[in-house]
Design a protein around this ligand. Sequence first.
Ligand code: UD1
Ligand code: MG
Length: 454
Amino acid sequence: MTDPSCLAVVLAAGEGTRMKSDQPKVMHPIGGRPLIDAVLDSARAGGAGRLAVVIGAGADKVRAHLAKAAPDARVFEQRERLGTAHAALSARQALTGHAGPVLVLFGDTPLVRPATIAALIGRLGAGADIALLGFATDAPTGYGRLIVEDGRLVAIVEEKDADAATKAIRLCNSGIMAFRPGLLPDLLDAIGNANAKGEYYLTDAIAIATARGLRAEALIGDDESEFVGVNDRAQLAAAEAIFQRRARDEAMAAGATLVAPETVFFSHDTRLGRDVIVEPNVVFAPGVEVASGVTIRAFSHLEGARVASGAIVGPYARLRPGADLAENVHVGNFVEIKNARVDRGAKVNHLTYIGDASIGARTNVGAGTITCNYDGVFKHKTTIGADVFVGSNTVMVAPVRIGDNALTAAGSVITTDVPDDALVFGRARQEVKEGRGAAIKAALVARKAAKPAG
Ligand code: UD1
Ligand code: MG
């Protein structure tokens, strides 16, 4: 349940040096959206009613993105990157005016589940002053290690400050912490920077709180994949793989058949209905909604598209943004559809480009058809009515309209509107010259025979 009194502070100012990128780290995508969006969504769904984001590296880009993607978040800028505690302090204005619990999350830890966050906040109600999400892993390198004594979390030691014995600890800090109301600003002020990196570590809040007699608890997650932090490209790929595994499992659990799940790629917002069949090697880029009973055949790529029930798409189909397929539409191999409505039962089966168009119900579009939607400067619309037979290799130069029940002759270039029920030709008339083919061939053969050898 969302608690309007719970504030989530997301730290997203880091340089992301290890990414070796011109993009701010938190703008790198997972499941087709920036890392920061995934974190904010989890925080919201986990119960945070208020959001603050601390940005720094690439601030302009992140700020512009947040203005669109998370207008409900307050944005603070950390001008120098002096560590995670310093980053949290950059949001002081949000902290001091806030009476409820505070959650701190890292912008580079995108896979934590909302239920895990909700459970963490729940620990505050159960007596903890600070609750922190930890995880046990066989690959702890790079993470802060949790020092637990008698079931209490007493300190966190960062990798760079850890001795060999501490490095052997497998319990790690996810970076996600919840603080009892009013506690955080004070603790942050007490944190210094006497450590290997000379940074203000938020993790020092644990030892300081313990010294003050406060109770810190580590909630150890049982799924370490939730806590993968993205610091370099290999970790980005690892996080993406975890996202994909979850998305595939969820799609199957909801009643879709994935013939070869490991070859199907989803986005954060992909929606598949029941009894959808997805053949191997299909990519769902963002913004795809597929109704029940649809078959997506192998090697298709869909983005920003809607597919209604009973439709068959592919193999080798490409649906681009604005493709809107009604019930029982068939879209076949090497067909690209962009910003076009294709009405019930229409078929576009082979080697075709349909862009900025509408196609009426039951219309059949022949192989090699193209809508010429672009004149080099402007885009124009092609309107094809219902029950039309578009002959193979028809080129429709937009803006143009083909009436209901019309028929276009194969190979036509259509430049003006066609009325209902008409037959339209737009090609050179065929001429047949009896015997002329054989004569040309004989002349050529004779010329070759007459040529001197070599
Ligand atoms: C941090 C934790 C570590 C934990 C790990 C989990 C600290 C000191 N260390 O290490 O205990 O195991 O995350 O992934 O907290 N950031 C700022 N401003 C700064 C520095 C960082 O906003 O000045 C942000 C980053 O953008 C990032 C987050 O804080 O989202 C964590 O910073 P990062 O440098 O990735 O810390 P880690 O080395 O991963
Ligand atoms: Mg990190």
